[in-house]
Design a protein around this ligand. Structure first.
Ligand SMILES: [Zn+2]
Length: 117
């Protein structure tokens, strides 16, 4: 991500940002609130969007395109239940914490242990 693109994304009006997100990641991703402790991506300069469902938890930004692997992923609740028989290990905040590592380092946080999803 070059500095020109980052400055471009940071300057978008909210409705323009919606269009870019719809194009680059799909319109089913949810916004997050900066007040909840989400950092802006150090590469593309925007807050992430998330997609959380029983079989997957993802956070993405404008660094990647629609069909690319998302930069941040955590284990889904059903994967945890299959692996442990319980859901007590499930921590909803893990997605935000891993996202913030990506936001600060630019290193994707999307690898899960073998057999987890
Ligand atoms: Zn980004």
């Amino acid at each position: 991500m070059d500095h020109y693109l980052k400055a471009h994304f940071e300057s978008l009006k909210p409705e323009e940002l919606e269009k870019v997100f719809a194009y680059k990641c799909g319109d089913w991703y949810d916004k997050v609130d900066e007040q909840d402790g989400w950092l802006k991506c150090g590469q593309c300069g925007v807050l992430p969007r998330t997609w959380c469902f029983n079989n997957g938890r993802y956070a993405t930004c404008l660094c990647v395109d629609k069909y690319d692997e998302k930069p941040v992923r955590t284990e889904s609740v059903l994967s945890i239940r299959k692996r442990t028989g319980l859901t007590v290990e499930f921590k909803p905040d893990n997605l935000r914490l891993r996202w913030n590592v990506y936001a600060e380092t630019g290193i994707p946080q999307n690898k899960l242990p073998e057999g987890c999803w």
